[in-house]
Design a protein around this ligand. Structure first.
Ligand code: PGA
Length: 250
């Protein structure tokens, strides 16, 4: 089953507006002839600036989170309606930093997933185990729970707008990448979970990205794995010199 690679940059809480505009323009120029699907996800305050730069290009615009409600008394939150206005196409949900620093649980993440899908966004649902969970042999249990609960109540008809990102927490920002074989084992397992929930055809089609210290020198080996369909890149997405070789891996 041929799936298109999806290479995404999660800029996290980095960059000023002028830096973001410069990086986005550089990516637009250098990825214009790229063959894969691309995304950049800047901070909320940078979205309008980056939106203007990536409009009508082959780079999608992503947000890093959204509120679980459309509007109302939610101080400090940003709504899907506000993201839509800025032409955001994709929302990253359940990132490990949201789960572990900001204590978002599966139920809250599921609420956001359903709301984002209802409004026509593509969702990148992040899953992944902590180091102690890996050491306790709980990788599959954790990834299955986060996938099943994250997608609870999501209709099969919306699954084409769902991307899963497997990001082992111990590999994020640490320079420790999962070996291609270790990552592949989890990706294959998650695809089986999707098959159980939505059938084999949906499982064959769903894009499962790997994230966690993806760098120019390990991207190609990871992407060579059968069930790894792209990357969600943090640190290395902040510079063209490191993101372009990942995005155009060969
Ligand atoms: P990293 O981050 O590439 O810096 O490890 C990945 C992520 O958190 O999406």
């Amino acid at each position: 089953m041929a799936r298109n690679y999806y290479m995404a940059g999660n800029w996290k809480m980095h960059m000023t507006r002028s830096e973001a505009a410069t990086l986005a323009q550089d990516l637009v120029n250098k990825l214009a002839d790229g063959k894969h699907k691309y995304l950049v996800a800047p901070s909320f305050t940078l979205l309008e600036t980056v939106s203007a730069v990536v409009e009508n290009t082959n780079i999608r615009l992503g947000a890093q989170n959204c509120a679980p409600e459309e509007q109302g008394a939610h101080t400090g939150e940003v709504s899907v309606l506000q993201l839509k206005e800025l032409d955001v196409q994709t929302i990253i949900l359940g990132h490990s930093e949201r789960r572990h620093i900001y204590k978002e649980d599966d139920a809250l993440i599921n609420k956001k997933v359903k709301l984002a899908l209802k409004h026509g966004f593509e969702v990148i649902l992040c899953i992944g185990e902590l180091l102690e969970e890996r050491e306790a042999g709980k990788v599959e249990e954790v990834c299955e729970r986060q996938t099943v609960k994250g997608l609870e109540g999501v209709d099969a008809g919306d699954l084409h707008n769902v991307v899963i990102a497997y990001e082992p927490v111990w590999a994020i920002g640490t320079g420790k990448t999962a070996t291609p074989q270790d990552a592949e084992a989890v990706h294959g397992f998650v695809r089986k979970v999707i098959a159980r929930l939505y059938g084999q055809d949906a499982a064959d089609k769903i894009i499962i990205q790997y994230g966690g210290s993806v760098k120019p020198d390990n991207a190609a080996q990871l992407m060579a794995m059968e069930n790894i369909d792209g990357a969600l890149v943090g640190g290395a997405s902040l510079k063209t010199d490191s993101f372009i070789p990942i995005a155009k891996f060969s």
